[in-house]
Design a protein. Structure first.
Length: 312
């Protein structure tokens, strides 16, 4: 089983409008409300790939109950730690021919006692799974080094962790002696981790040879339409993907992580693993709904991806 962790889930609301009128009334004919958060996008894609998955994290209030109901209706197993404060809303206003204005609530404050209850539950779940994905930001109140703690606990149980986060949480995890099995930063995040100025002309492959990444089995740097550069131990790969007609790119990074997790779970070769990650990312971009794929389209995209091993 794969366990997905979302420490600041939300109810994602989409408001489509022909035109957004400021300082006026805007009437919305159709509203979409879904269980949101990067880890829940991973959960849905894994479920649609036919993988056994369980979603966990912290959740609270009426919005938390809505999120759980949505997951149950989709047939996705979940085991969240309940918190006192209400989970958050994330509002996207789609307007004026492709513009998107977002209103993102900060979310709940999680107490130390609630954090400890989650950690205890997580330790129990580690006994039942072979792989963990950790995605997104931390809710207010949670320890900055929480992800580092979760990775350490998983490593003790020989459970591999795939980490997709940014900022201080990513820095703490990468700098720790307890390394995740895989990270999925973008080029900007790699530069920030290494303190590289934009003017410096070092290649991405040179950057990935930095000692900071020692002990991390996989570093997959996705570059949107340009594909990806990946490092597996001392091997480097350049991934080239076909051009597609993007419908909705939001959540494609989460779908990529789901594909990588599925490939690792199935014991795929390096090439197959990278192809699955890129395929699921593209499949998400072809769908209107975020965090969804059509597996029937996978084979056609999979065979169009090329993987080239490159020298250090």
């Amino acid at each position: 089983m794969i366990v997905t962790i979302t420490m600041n889930p939300s109810v994602d609301m989409s408001y489509p409008l022909p035109h957004l009128k400021l300082d006026d009334v805007n009437r919305v004919a159709e509203v979409s409300k879904t269980a949101g958060g990067k880890g829940l996008n991973v959960s849905r894609v894994l479920h649609e790939l036919g993988k056994e998955v369980l979603a966990t994290g912290v959740i609270g209030g009426h919005l938390g109950a809505f999120i759980k109901d949505q997951l149950t209706a989709a047939g996705i197993l979940h085991d969240f730690t309940e918190i006192k404060e209400e989970s958050r809303n994330s509002i996207a206003i789609l307007h004026d021919g492709g513009k998107q204005t977002e209103l993102l609530e900060k979310g709940p404050f999680v107490t130390q006692e609630e954090e400890q209850r989650f950690i205890l539950r997580y330790q129990y779940l580690l006994k039942k799974c072979s792989l963990v994905t950790i995605s997104g930001s931390l809710a207010a109140g949670l320890s900055v080094n929480l992800y580092e703690q979760l990775i350490e606990l998983a490593n003790r149980e020989q459970v591999r962790v795939l980490l997709d986060t940014s900022g201080e949480s990513l820095k703490a995890a990468v700098a720790s002696k307890n390394k995740p099995y895989l990270i999925k930063p973008n080029e900007t995040e790699i530069a920030e981790l290494l303190g590289i100025a934009k003017a410096e002309k070092t290649s991405l492959i040179e950057q990935l040879q930095h000692p900071l990444f020692d002990g991390i089995s996989w570093v997959v740097v996705s570059m949107g339409a340009a594909g990806a550069i990946a490092k597996h131990h001392q091997k480097f790969y350049r991934v080239t993907i076909p051009k597609i007609d993007v419908v909705n790119p939001v959540g494609s990074g989460d779908a990529t992580l789901a594909g990588l997790a599925a490939g690792i779970k199935d014991g795929c070769s390096d090439e197959e693993l990278l192809k699955w990650g890129m395929t699921t990312g593209m499949l998400n971009a072809l769908e209107v709904k975020t965090g969804h794929i059509n597996p029937k389209k996978a084979a056609g995209l999979f065979k169009q991806i090329t993987i080239e091993q490159v020298e250090e």
